[in-house]
Design a protein around this ligand. Structure first.
Ligand SMILES: Cc1cc2nc3c(=O)[nH]c(=O)nc-3n(C[C@H](O)[C@H](O)[C@H](O)COP(=O)(O)OP(=O)(O)OC[C@H]3O[C@@H](n4cnc5c(N)ncnc54)[C@H](O)[C@@H]3O)c2cc1C
Length: 513
């Protein structure tokens, strides 16, 4: 029987996994699964990872966290999507939005055909959704009277990664019955068949378990280190491998808080700009094969000067190889978080994959070692598929760019760097929009609507042969475009700014559900 779960690692991945499993498997009462989390005092959590996906609302709700407390304790704000600046051709006014909401009437008619026939000069996202207009005006996704986790416009969060870890730890230990041990894992003990029986620690002896979760970050101590599961590099597809990160306080405590991540393309990568209530998180992620660290830092500081900020300290450097492990679940050990893989921060998929992994592990928690074989096979199949879809989607942002200013952008368009599946889909999308037939699994990391926003935001235009035969689409689509415009008018007037809503929440809280 699987009764004892041991999680090694106390970063966001370890604590999210502990929270989901402890909440759903009654870790607090003796009859449930016991959940132990071991965290090294010597190895700090990575401390970045400030952008999330709307799944986070559901995850936090499920583990029983108050949204008000989360927003207050984690310096969190609302995120309604991303704005991509200078990705298309690099000029000053080149931008588009990737909002979280589906277009109005998304599953009802071919909106792309209607857009191309009558509104081709309007940006696609601005026509089909009210959310880009909320973002453009710094509006919040809900009203003060909207209850916790409920939304007027779909949203995720921007948060302080360090505070988030502390917040989750406190909740897991005090409310969910997770046993927390601060000690360094020094090795493992194994059964003759190769299964792990315990992890050994410096001061707390051996911690025995039936199932082990490797959340040790990029070092992947159990899955990569102990079991030697090979790493599948995707560096030849997505070139970014280094980041310089900064925390930038606001000059004015009342400065507006952006309702979206701002991603600005640079010559050898891009800069993220994330607005939290007390500061911005800014970072330049770049390809070390296409620029130097000194040049990348200069670009980051120029961006900061241009956007009105002063760096308190020197940027922090992080390096990674884009890719993932060939297997995620091996014997009685499953890797979640950076130990399973990391691609790059574009579109904030890493924590979303952590949530999906924790949810599947919890839903499919094997009752016995025998059942584990079947579940592990399924888990590996699901996540190999998901990592590859993340790679396709991120690559889509680069291949359609018309930027000519550097080798980085030219190399990104080289057919040899393209995943086969993406090359094939781009051929298909010349005549039909991305749809659920392209992304047909339950819980795709990125839905087909996200592909539409990026594809058309990047300037890709379908061939007229693909939509001119569909006579009735333009009228039906127009109804939805009018609805999006009506909603824009209503929402922009009715919703407070991001900062005003957060201030209300600090003072009065949100109504609990
Ligand atoms: C530049 C950058 C930007 C990012 N931005 C985003 C973003 O915007 N959105 C997003 O979703 N994700 C982002 N990510 C990814 C995100 O940071 C991670 O997915 C997330 O923080 C989870 O990390 P983790 O818990 O797997 O690893 P870590 O935070 O590295 O935690 C590892 C844990 O393992 C423990 N450990 C290690 N060795 C031992 C040992 N021997 N014994 C005991 N414990 C041990 C450590 O003490 C630590 O607690 C970003 C990543 C990078 C590099």
């Amino acid at each position: 029987m699987v009764k004892r779960l041991v999680i090694v690692g106390g970063g966001s991945a370890g604590w999210l996994t502990a929270g989901v499993i402890a909440a759903e498997h009654r870790a607090r009462d003796g009859a449930g699964l016991s959940v132990t989390l071991l965290e090294s005092p010597d190895v700090p959590a990575i401390g970045v990872g400030e952008g999330t996906w709307p799944t986070m609302r559901d995850t936090l709700r499920k583990i029983g966290v108050s949204e008000t407390k989360f927003l207050r304790d984690c310096d969190a704000s609302f995120k309604q999507g991303s704005k991509f600046e200078r990705w298309v051709d690099g000029r000053e006014h080149d931008y588009y939005f990737h909002p979280f909401m589906l277009p109005e009437g998304y599953l009802e008619t071919n909106l792309v055909a209607g857009w191309m026939k009558r509104h081709a000069t309007t940006p696609f996202a601005d026509l089909v959704s009210f959310q880009p207009h909320l973002c453009a005006q710094g509006k919040a996704p809900k009203q003060p009277q909207t209850p916790e986790y409920a939304a007027v416009a779909n949203y995720a969060y921007h948060l302080d990664a360090g505070k988030f870890g502390t917040f989750l730890r406190e909740h897991c230990v005090t409310s969910l019955g997770v046993r927390h041990i601060v000690d360094h894992m020094t090795g493992v003990e194994s059964a003759p068949n190769g299964d792990l029986t315990a992890v050994t620690t410096r001061s707390n002896g051996a911690l025995a378990g039936d199932l082990f979760v490797d959340c040790t970050g990029l070092t992947s101590r159990l899955l990569g280190g102990h079991f030697g599961i090979p790493f599948v590099s995707r560096h030849h597809v997505l070139f970014n491998d280094t980041a310089l990160a900064l925390q930038v306080p606001y000059d004015d405590a009342q400065a507006p808080i952006a309702s979206h991540t701002i991603s600005t393309a640079q010559q050898a990568g891009w800069i993220w700009d994330i607005g939290l209530p007390t500061r911005r998180g800014i970072g330049h992620v770049f390809s070390s094969a296409h620029t130097t660290e000194e040049a990348a830092e200069r670009v980051l500081l120029e961006y900061l000067a241009r956007t009105g900020g002063k760096a308190g300290a020197a940027p922090r450097k992080l390096t990674f190889e884009p890719g993932y492990r060939r297997e995620f679940w091996h014997r009685n050990c499953v890797a979640i978080g950076l130990s399973a893989g990391f691609i790059e921060p574009l579109e904030a998929s890493a924590l979303a994959l952590v949530e999906l992994s924790a949810a599947m592990l919890s839903d499919e928690m094997p009752a016995t070692r025998d059942a584990m074989e079947i579940v592990a096979r399924r888990f590996n199949d699901f996540f190999a598929y998901r990592w590859e879809r993340v790679i396709d989607f991120l690559k889509l942002h680069y291949v359609l760019s018309r930027r000519q200013d550097s080798e980085f952008w030219r190399d990104n368009r080289d057919a040899a760097s393209m995943p086969d599946r993406l090359t094939e889909l781009l051929r298909l999308w010349r005549f039909q929009p991305p749809s659920r037939y392209d992304l047909h699994r339950v819980e795709e990391v990125f839905p087909s609507a996200s592909y539409q926003y990026v594809l058309y935001g990047m300037g890709f235009r379908p061939e007229p042969e693909g939509f001119s035969r569909r006579m009735d689409d333009a009228d039906r689509a127009d109804e939805y475009f009018r609805e999006a415009a009506r909603l824009t008018h209503r929402m922009v007037g009715a919703l407070p700014t991001n900062r005003a809503l957060l201030q209300h929440i600090y003072q009065y809280g949100l109504q609990r559900i």
